[in-house]
Ligand binder design. Structure first.
Ligand code: ATP
Length: 298
C-alpha cells in the first residue's frame, strides 16, 4: 500500500510546491506591474498619517515631456472630499489620478498631500496613505485572502471580514469551497469581472488609506454587479479623500465636486447640480448621458 501512497504523497507535495511558486511569481508580477516610474529620494522621510488634503500646484506633465498631457493644472481637494474627473477620452483624467498616486512625477510643478511634496516622502509611506484602484485590477494566483491582503499581509482577521462584508464579497466567499482560502487563478478567470473589481476594492479597504485614487472600470457589468460595485465604492470612499476617474456620470453625480478635464486642464468644476444648471460642457455631457441611460444604453 505504501508503494502506492508514497508516489501520491510526492505528487501532492510537488503540486503544493508548484502552487506556492506560482503564487510567489504572481505576487512578483503584480508588484512589477504596480512599480511606479519614480524613484525615492535619498533621505526621504515618511509621510505622516495623512489628513488627506491633496494639492496640485501648476502641474505640467507629458509621457513625452515634449508633448504635455496636462498643462499648468492647479487643484486643491479638501480632506474627506470626493472629486470626480470627467471629460473626453484621452483628455488626461487617468494621468491626473496617476500623478496623485505618484505613479509619475510632474515635469514641472508639484503634487502635495497635507503640504508634503510627494517627491520628498518614502514610497512605502506614500503607498500606505494612498490606495489605488486601477481600471483593470490585477489578481494573482493565490488565495482570495492573499488577494485581499496584498497591500497589508498582516491585516487582522476582523478587518478582512469587515472588508468582505463592506464591499459585498460575502456571497463569493460563502460560495467558494475553501472560503477565503480558495485559490484563485491568475488573471482571475475563476471570478467574474464584477467580483474582481470588488476584490480590488476590498484590498484598498483593508489597507485603510486616507486617500483613494480610483480609476473606474470602463468595461460594462450587468446591472446587478454594477449596483454592487457602486455601493462598494461608496462605502470605500466614506470618510476618505478621493479622486475618481468617472467613466459613468452616475458616479460623478454622487461626488462632492466634478472636474471636467479637457485640453490638458480643468475646463469646469463645481457640484453636479451647479454644473448642470450652468449649462456648459458638463451639462451637455450629462444631457447626452441621460438620454442614453433612459434609452437603456448606459
Ligand atoms: P480615457 O477616458 O480614455 O481613459 P483619459 O482622459 O483618462 O482617457 P489618459 O489616459 O490620462 O486620458 O491619457 C491622456 C493622454 O496620454 C492620451 O493621449 C493617451 O494616449 C496618453 N497616454 C496615456 N498613458 C500613456 C502612457 N503610459 N504612455 C504614453 N502615453 C500615454
Amino acid at each position: 500500500l505504501n508503494a502506492f501512497f508514497q508516489p501520491v504523497q510526492q505528487l501532492v507535495q510537488l503540486y503544493t510546491n508548484y502552487q506556492q511558486a506560482r503564487a510567489a511569481l504572481g505576487k512578483l508580477r503584480g508588484l512589477l506591474r504596480t512599480t511606479p516610474a519614480v524613484v525615492e529620494k535619498p533621505g526621504a522621510g515618511a509621510l505622516p498619517p495623512a489628513e488627506g488634503a491633496i494639492e496640485l500646484r501648476s502641474v505640467t506633465f507629458g509621457y513625452d515631456p515634449a508633448r504635455p498631457v496636462l498643462h499648468d493644472v492647479t487643484l486643491r481637494i479638501a480632506p474627506g472630499e470626493t472629486v470626480a474627473c470627467v471629460g473626453p477620452t484621452g483628455a488626461g483624467k487617468s494621468t491626473l489620478a496617476k500623478l496623485v498616486a505618484r505613479l509619475y512625477d510632474p515635469d514641472s510643478g508639484s503634487v502635495l498631500i497635507d503640504g508634503h511634496d510627494l517627491r520628498d516622502v518614502t514610497l512605502d509611506s506614500l503607498h500606505r496613505q494612498v490606495g489605488v484602484v486601477p481600471q483593470e485590477p490585477f489578481l494573482f494566483a493565490g488565495t482570495l485572502r492573499d488577494n485581499i491582503t496584498f497591500a497589508r499581509p498582516d491585516a487582522p482577521a476582523s478587518l478582512i471580514e469587515s472588508a468582505v462584508d463592506a464591499v459585498g464579497l460575502r456571497d463569493l466567499v460563502d460560495r467558494s469551497p475553501g472560503g477565503l482560502d480558495t485559490v484563485l487563478h491568475e488573471r482571475g478567470q475563476s471570478v467574474s469581472s464584477g467580483e474582481r473589481q470588488l476584490i480590488a476594492l476590498a484590498r484598498v479597504f483593508v489597507a485603510e488609506p486616507r486617500v483613494v485614487v480610483l480609476d473606474e472600470a470602463t468595461s460594462s457589468l450587468d446591472l446587478r454587479s454594477e449596483l454592487r460595485v457602486e455601493a462598494a465604492i461608496q462605502r470605500l470612499l466614506d470618510g476618505r479623500t478621493a479622486i475618481l476617474v468617472a467613466h459613468r456620470l452616475s458616479t460623478a453625480r454622487r461626488a462632492d465636486r466634478v472636474i471636467v478635464v479637457d485640453d490638458g486642464g480643468v475646463a469646469e468644476q463645481g457640484g453636479h447640480d451647479d454644473l448642470v444648471a450652468a449649462g456648459g460642457a458638463y451639462a451637455a455631457m450629462y444631457a447626452t448621458w441621460e438620454s442614453h441611460a433612459s434609452a437603456g444604453q448606459a
